[in-house]
Design a protein around this ligand. Structure first.
Ligand code: HEM
Length: 216
């Protein structure tokens, strides 16, 4: 697949390959299931669905255990080169990106493929996958852990649930209010115009490396 294509109306650029889109939607589905089942687990009797608690807990547990899989599978193997490249991008912060964060978006920035907010979101999601998996496993196999560990795990699991709800809801609002970004997560492509306005540094980089099929 070429990285840029000229259609009748505009030049479009590949932002996410199939592997990345599949990983994103598998991850989103698992997060959705976890958040849906977490609510009655937390509020149980309050919602009057105590009878289904066992089923909710099972769906929650198995979705939780599967949670790291989309990212691991999409990163490993020959199909994961763009995913690995984007992980490196997300972990690379320029001085002006740090300044942009420090000034809450007031300082000028030439945005990379992902802006600092998108990078932070990805880092948060990666970190909470590990944290929720570890604390969730302690909640599930509590017999093997001393009481202070169980209490700590419950506290961390619950506290980060609030943060996850806030970040995921914010992420969905951003997606719904930025239709071209959202469309690229379905089709893979963005217009050159969009890239110029939202990811100018990435667009420049792509123009320089246009002919290389590996440089996305
Ligand atoms: C989006 C990520 C997640 C969220 C928002 C979330 C949230 C929650 C919440 C709110 C509870 C109820 C805790 C309470 O009653 O005080 C819970 C319980 C639990 N979670 Fe998670 N969780 C997530 C991921 C995971 C993962 C990755 C695992 C992996 C094993 C897991 C395993 C469990 C277990 C075993 C319980 C106890 C269920 C029970 O009471 O029978 N969770 N979770």
């Amino acid at each position: 697949m070429t990285i840029t294509q000229t259609t009748k109306s505009a030049t479009r650029i590949l932002r996410f390959d199939r592997v990345q889109r599949a990983a994103h939607w598998a991850n989103a589905t698992l997060f959705g299931l976890l958040m849906l089942t977490a609510t009655p687990l937390y509020f149980g009797s309050f919602f009057g669905i105590v009878m289904q608690r066992h089923l909710m807990a099972q769906i929650h547990l198995w979705s939780g255990l599967a949670l790291p899989l989309p990212i691991i599978v999409s990163l490993l193997g020959p199909w994961g080169h763009q995913m690995r490249r984007d992980v490196r991008r997300i972990n690379f912060w320029t001085r002006s990106e740090i300044e942009w964060m420090r000034t809450l978006g007031k300082s000028p920035i030439e945005a990379d493929k992902f802006n600092p907010g998108q990078k932070l979101n990805a880092i948060f999601i990666g970190a909470v996958i590990i944290l929720m998996l570890v604390t969730g496993s302690i909640l599930q196999w509590f017999r093997f852990f001393p009481v202070p560990w169980r209490q700590g795990a419950t506290f961390v699991h619950d506290t980060f649930s609030y943060a996850i709800f806030a970040v995921v809801i914010g992420h969905v609002i951003m997606a719904l209010t930025h239709p071209e970004s959202l469309r690229s997560m379905f089709t893979g492509w963005v217009s050159e115009k969009w890239a110029g306005a939202n990811a100018s540094s990435w667009l420049k980089e792509k123009k320089l490396t246009k002919e290389s099929p590996n440089s996305r």
